[in-house]
Write a protein that binds this ligand. Sequence first.
Ligand code: NAI
Ligand code: MG
Length: 359
Amino acid sequence: MAEVKKIAVISGDGIGPEVIAEAQKVLTKTEEVFGYKFETEHGLFGGIAIDEKGTPLPQETLDICKKADAVLLGAVGGPKWDNNPKETRPETGLLGIRKALGLFSNIRPAVIFDCLKDASTLKPEVLDGTDLIVVRELTGGIYFGEKFRRETANGQEAVDTCVYNVNEVERIARQGFEIARTRRKKLTSVDKANVLETSRLWRETVIRVAADYPDVELDHVLVDNCAMQLLRRPSSFDVIVTENMFGDILSDEAAMLTGSIGMLSSASLGEGSFGLYEPVHGSAPDIAGQGIANPIATILSVALMFRLTFGYHDAAAAIERAVKEVLDAGHRTGDIAVDKSKAIGTTAMGDLIVAAIRK
Ligand code: NAI
Ligand code: MG
């Protein structure tokens, strides 16, 4: 009998509950097909939590997450709460949950589905074989360093400082190597070591950590060159590991290779196997309640959870294969449909994918 895995499920706002419902069907089907066991517990978070509990991140929800092996999150936010004071805005909950759970890395896969190549702005032959993951450091670097302004003889001056310590670099480097190990065993570390001292520490540390991963091929690429290579030969990358600001920019660039926000999954990881999994997209208030949201980003987030937190590679592959099969058969939600009149809804898409999951 498989060990029971506890998953905290947070539906959130807007299309969150709609796409999470489809992901839950996928969990149930995986139990049936592979014999795994999941116990889910729901928590209020975001706008709905503000309405019902007066805070975006109630303590009960945090407790549910802390007891769990992984968190599955829909999306939060919407116009209703946009003008609230900071402490009762949904985004404050998002930053709070990442901090409270110690999630220091953000992981975004960019996978090209052959049949969706027309959704990308790049030529199909450039995209061929693209399947990469960006691992971004999330809690250090210039976004968190000391910042201030001062008056000088030349007028006002603004200062942002970029700070990394060796432990912060080491833990994210290890995560990059560990993920590369589960894939094509190629890690590209991105820095600006020709100019930045933090990048020199970054590179030294990555090289030292590499000694523990002789099975993973490591190379170092300067960030400006990486930005070019992502557009020129994206298929040459497997796992990219980089610091906070470089990762912010490169992960958005990589996301655009694939064309559609309704397809992109993400993970936020901390020490150990615990992780929070969510679609890259937001709560899409413009289409909420209409049953037309694409559930694939959330379903692929479940596959990512199986790979990175549970090590259920067989079930992850089955989900990814099912998504590909359904897309190959021509089924499309509105966001990825060329002929919008033939688009199917959220539940229809979820049902087709669930039906295609098998050993
Ligand atoms: P969004 O990602 O919610 O929507 C952008 C556009 O993409 C919209 O036209 C939407 O209809 C479409 N879209 C998004 N996901 C889709 C899906 N699964 N299927 C089909 N179409 C989809 O970003 P936006 O509009 O900037 O933000 C809306 C709200 O979501 C805001 O309150 C924002 O703060 C919040 N948000 C929350 C995030 C999270 O929970 N992690 C991330 C990004 C935004
Ligand atoms: Mg960004």
